[in-house]
Structure formats: C-alpha cells, structure tokens
Ligand binder design. Structure first.
Ligand code: CP
Length: 317
C-alpha cells in the first residue's frame, strides 16, 4: 500500500500484519522499551481541518516515538481561512517534501483527492466526513483482539448514530472482513439506508440488538453532520438508546464496552458503565491508538523507502 485511505482497500492478511506489528509496539510501550527508529529521517505533517483530541495527539506521539520530525497544523491556523483551496494547500505542503501526511477533513473523499495531488509521500486518512476513519477501526480491532483473544466469529453490536459515523463504516468493513457477525442498533432516522444489504443485522431496539453480543460499541450523536435531520432530545435518546446497566445485561456476561470518543456521558452511555473497568475497554482503545498509528506509519514508510529505492535504481539504469 502507498497510502492508508480506508479499510475498503485492505485485504484481511494486511489487516492482520498491521495488527501484529501494532501489538508488538503496544507491548514495547507497556514494558517501557524504546520503540525503535522506523521513521528516523522522515518528516510527518499532520493536517487537521476538523477538531481532534485522540487522533491528532496519538499520530503526533506515534511519529515522535519512531523518530520522525513531526509538525501539526490545525485548519484554524492555515491559509484555508484566507480562501486557499484544499488542493493548493496540499501542493504547498508537498513542495516542502513531507514523507508522511496525516489528514482529517470534514468532506468525504477529501483525503483521497489530496492523495492524488501529492507525490513521493504517504497519505494517511485521519477521518474524512462520514466516509472512513481507518486507524480508528484498526485500533478498535486490536482492542477487541486483545480483550477476546480473537478477531473472528464474534457477535458485535454497533449502537447509536450509525448514519453519520465514519467510525461505524470503517468498523463494519473491517469486522465483516474478519468474519464477525455485525448487529447495528439505532433509531430509524440514524440508520443509513441500504445498510442491511452490506450483510449487517439491523435493530431499532437495544434489548434485541444487544442480546448475547460479545462486544458493545457505542457511538455519539454526530450533530455536526446532521444537517437538519431530526435530532432526538438527549433525555429521550438516553432512555431508548443510551447504554446503562439494564441494557448491557442483555449482552453476553463477559461482553466488553467500547466507545471511540469523544464521549457524551448521559446521552449515549451512562458514565458508570464507561468507568467500569471490568467491562469498559475505552482507555485501552486510546492506548492502542498510539500503537496502531506507529504500525501504520512504519509499514507505509517501508513501502515508501522501497519505492524510492526502486526509483533510484531506475535512474541509475
Ligand atoms: N475517535 C476520534 O477520532 O477522536 P478524536 O476526534 O478526538 O480524534
């Protein structure tokens, strides 16, 4: 792979390779060992056109831990505010010869478009509109694999605002690819049209949707992408779709609870459930985020160096 734009282009074997490497990085970090120098001599630019806490911080940490020179730019501090287009911004940054470009953008497809405009640089999608958030799905997969000991034949309930969620889309693609049973639970207004055709089970009731699930993944209401759609009141939403102890009791007794963050306590999840470390793996998800981003950038850097090596050989020949 030259870029990491989505789960859509990944083969199950590539997913497993990346998770295995991320697992090794996670283990090294847990033991306080140095991570190595896989990105030594490389420049990483993080370009975030939408707010982020977890993704931005973990990409930055991942790059630094592997020896890259890292620069992070927020949209509010770029010339986009003065009317420059995304493509002109990309070409400007490309002229500075970065090796890794990490991009988050509000428009679906924007990161892929940008990847077509840059040369000699690996582009990583840190979330584009409601399209994909591949590193989130990969860190979720690693968290599940570590908690459950496997990443196949699990019953996984993804609950909440699925219609506006790039996290849900990337997770559905990845978890189906690894042969899991996917149950989507949402009010009809927050369920994407035609989703059943992707092979997912569709539920509008939490009790039915969570029955026997091994993994319960909660999503927040993404009001920034709702564009006039009916937004339920938070109290009404929590009553019907918020994860509390009574609803979680319908899942498997050893079910784990996940949330990609940012989390709205008392809206899609009861704070007591989120904090219950016997069930919640939310902090592990954050921890795995750094390891997965280290692995993703390490693998892309290897491909980049190999491509440069081939190009150099071609020039000599
Ligand atoms: N999960 C996630 O993408 O969080 P941030 O928006 O804080 O990066």
């Amino acid at each position: 792979q030259t870029h990491l734009l989505g789960i859509e282009g990944l083969h199950p074997a590539e997913i497993t390779t990346l998770l295995d490497l991320a697992d090794q990085y996670a283990e090294r970090m847990r033991r306080g060992l140095p991570a190595g120098d896989a990105l030594e001599g490389l420049t990483q630019i993080n370009l975030f056109f939408e707010p982020s806490t977890r993704t931005q911080a973990s990409f930055e940490l991942a790059g630094r831990r592997l020896g890259a020179e890292v620069m992070t730019m927020a949209a509010s501090s770029t010339s986009l505010r003065k009317g420059e287009t995304l493509i002109d911004t990309a070409l400007t940054l490309n002229a500075m010869r970065p090796d890794l470009l990490v991009v988050r953008h509000a428009m679906s497809g924007a990161v892929a478009l940008l990847a077509q405009k840059v040369t000699n640089c690996a582009v990583l999608n840190a979330g584009d509109g409601r399209h994909e958030h591949p590193t989130q799905a990969l860190l979720d997969a690693l968290t599940i694999r570590r908690a459950k000991g496997r990443l196949h034949r699990l019953s996984i309930a993804i609950c909440g605002d699925i219609a506006h969620s790039r996290v849900a889309r990337s997770n559905i693609l990845l978890l189906q690819r690894m042969e899991n049973r996917i149950r989507l639970v949402a009010p009809p207004t927050l369920m994407p049209a035609g989703i059943a055709e992707m092979g997912c089970e569709v539920y509008h009731d939490m009790e039915e949707g969570l029955r026997g699930a091994d993994v319960v993944m909660m999503l927040r209401l993404q009001r920034e992408r709702m564009e006039g759609a009916h937004v339920p009141s938070e109290r009404e939403y929590f009553h019907r779709y918020g994860l509390d102890a009574a609803k979680l009791a319908h899942a498997a007794p050893d079910a784990i609870v996940m949330h990609p963050g940012p989390m709205n306590r008392g809206v899609e999840i009861d704070g007591a459930i989120a904090d219950d470390v016997t069930r919640s793996v939310i902090q592990t998800q954050v921890e795995m985020g750094v390891a997965v981003r280290m692995a993703a950038m390490d693998l892309l850097a290897r491909n980049l160096r190999a491509a440069r090596g081939r190009a150099a050989m071609g020039e000599i020949a």
